[in-house]
Write a protein that binds this ligand. Structure first.
Ligand code: FAD
Length: 285
């Protein structure tokens, strides 16, 4: 099923994310995590794409397994900055053959020593190629706090509009820990004429090291309420996990209460976290 149809049903949706292994010896454990999460019957599951594209086959295979073995709609990520047009054509062909109808089109982070290939500069160029390649439902990334490389949030929104005009059907946000940031962003992009569904990306933070790295990479704002949780429970993994899941749950409930129905949980290959969040929302979804 196409994700734009799922999002158009006018009811809250909960989706989860899996990232593929970097090496073959980890494949089985990731596949196992994917299958446990798929058994929770999320609205869809996304499978990320390794920067550089060297593990693209794992993305296709895991997405295909989720769809064929569990009948869960799969969303395969695809990045372009380190890719050639030929490689993109090949991956899209594999996705089509596997029956995957949904692609999240991304530029990817530029490697420290510069892009490996020069066929693509921005995600909008990839979106145009996917659009030409067949009947895919196309998603893209958006950044309520602005993309780290962006000179201004206003310019960032102009480029978001370009992605939508290129053919993207929905956008998924970078994680955020203060819902007001999303509400302001939604107001501003709607004013700009971006009307596609916005899927809110929620990260249940369960360890402090993880969040330090994420914030360094993405410049995500940490509200003081959230920092207090990190300070108090950061060195107690079990307590941190419980608090991180509770915080994410509260964020989700507030979003749904305010009409943001599409929720994507960055579940990081952790079925226990996905399960807990689903249980916490059992009467809400
Ligand atoms: P773009 O939309 O191309 O934007 C990149 C930068 O270029 C922005 O600063 C933008 O403002 C600017 N820009 C855009 N168009 C133009 C233009 N025409 N002229 C000048 N500047 C322009 N990474 C992975 O490697 N694998 C994944 O699976 C993955 N999944 C992700 C999922 C989500 C929901 C999100 C939010 C991010 C994900 N990422 C992933 C990270 C993402 O690849 C990086 O954030 C990357 O730096 C930007 O990708 P993008 O698609 O947003 O790029």
């Amino acid at each position: 099923m196409k994700i734009k149809e799922i999002l158009g049903q006018g009811k809250p949706t909960l989706s989860f994310e899996i990232f593929p292994p970097k090496t073959e010896d980890k494949y089985e454990s990731v596949e196992q995590a994917a299958s446990e999460i798929a058994k929770l019957k999320p609205a869809f599951m996304s499978v990320t794409y390794g920067a550089g594209g060297g593990t693209s086959q794992y993305t296709v295979d895991i997405a295909s397994g989720v769809y064929h073995n569990y009948n869960v709609t799969a969303l395969a990520h695809l990045t372009c900055v380190s890719s050639t047009k030929e490689k993109v054509r090949q991956v899209l062909k594999e996705l089509k053959e596997a029956g995957i109808e949904n692609v999240l089109a991304l530029r990817g982070d530029i490697p420290q020593d510069g892009p490996i290939a020069t066929d693509y500069r921005y995600a909008s160029e990839l979106i145009r190629d996917i659009k030409k390649a067949g009947d895919f439902c196309i998603g893209a990334a958006c950044y309520p706090e602005g993309h780290v490389e962006s000179v201004s949030k206003t310019i960032d929104m102009d480029y978001l509009k370009q992605k939508v005009e290129a053919g993207c059907d929905f956008v998924t946000t970078q994680m955020f820990f203060d819902n007001n940031i999303l509400y302001n962003y939604l107001y501003r992009i709607r004013e700009k004429g971006v009307t596609v569904p916005v899927v809110a990306g929620i990260m249940p933070v369960t360890n402090v090291k993880q969040i330090a790295r994420i914030c360094q990479l993405s410049g995500t704002y940490l509200p003081s309420r959230f920092k207090a949780i990190l300070d108090r429970f950061g060195d107690n993994p079990a307590a941190m996990k419980q608090a991180g899941i509770a915080y994410a749950t509260e964020q989700i409930i507030d979003l749904i209460a305010n009409g943001v129905d599409a929720i994507h949980v960055y579940s990081l290959n952790k079925p226990d976290i996905a399960l807990k969040i689903k249980e916490n929302l059992s009467e809400i979804l």
